[in-house]
Design a protein around this ligand. Structure first.
Ligand code: F6P
Length: 254
């Protein structure tokens, strides 16, 4: 039980590593759907792992969402962070300000003593406006930085839950459902086979760049995310997954 408390649940973690093909899986106790403290724990472990893997001069791309917000909350200053830049992975994904990637990149920098960049992309931009914005030198600078991302720190969501959170209309939800979307990450929606079935019109880190990053650290817990975690794992790009017992048990029973 002591080991379980400190390093997560090792038996579940090993079985998940095999099932998902992810090199390192950490499982914390509980189910984030039911108890808010579980998300705290995901964040605490996420912060510890980030501190372990970060190196001088790193570009760390971060997404939005409550799981990554929890990591931000638990970070603390360390010498290794001094030359690190936190960069939002994607702009404008329809999150509340507190949960936006921009907010979390700046919060992480403030907590650790690192620096940060912002990607100013409003939500629901018309494709033409987006094309114009991409050409802005400020935006180009950040996109160039993102190409050198060494660490990606991101959340994973259930597709329909995320689409609702982003205020998709009933019609859009039905269309999305019809594509078979089960997971979402970086504004991409994936089906059970892990194929992209829908993309949000925004800019930032491309899926190919996620694949190129040396360390991809995913934070996602709660039984309701089991299918989503399984779907995203088909991308075969993650090095570390930090999840909880609720998601792990549900994943292993399918
Ligand atoms: O919207 C940003 C994002 O990282 C999504 O890509 C992801 O699906 C979601 O947040 C996860 O949010 P949470 O951690 O709150 O479940």
């Amino acid at each position: 039980p002591l080991v379980g408390e400190l390093f997560g649940l090792t038996d579940l973690a090993e079985r998940l590593q095999q099932k998902l093909g992810i090199a390192e899986v950490i499982v914390v106790q509980g189910n984030a759907d039911l108890s808010p403290w579980v998300k705290e724990e995901l964040g605490r472990v996420g912060a510890r792992v980030l501190k372990q893997v970060v190196q001088e001069g790193d570009i760390v791309a971060v997404t939005g969402g409550s799981s990554i917000a929890s990591v931000a909350k638990h970070l603390s200053p360390s010498a290794a962070f001094r030359t690190v830049q936190f960069v939002p992975a994607r702009g404008g994904l329809g999150e509340r300000v507190e949960l936006q990637a921009n907010t979390l990149a700046s919060a992480m920098a403030a907590k650790t003593g690192a620096s940060y960049r912002l990607l100013h992309v409003p939500d629901r931009l018309h494709p033409e406006a987006l094309q114009t914005l991409v050409k802005e030198p400020q935006v180009q600078d950040v996109l160039t930085l993102l190409r050198d991302t060494r660490i990606v720190l991101h959340g994973i969501g259930d597709a329909i839950t995320m689409a609702r959170r982003r205020n998709y209309s009933e019609e859009e939800l039905q269309e999305l459902d019809a594509t078979g979307a089960v997971s979402e990450a970086f504004g991409y929606y994936f089906n059970e086979a892990g194929e992209t079935v829908h993309r949000m019109p925004t800019i930032g880190l491309q899926l190919e760049e996620v694949h190129k990053a040396e360390t991809v650290l995913s934070i996602a817990g709660g039984e309701s995310k089991a299918k989503a975690i399984l779907s995203f794992a088909k991308q075969s790009c993650q090095n570390v997954l930090i999840t909880d017992e609720g998601a792990a048990r549900s994943l292993l029973s399918t």
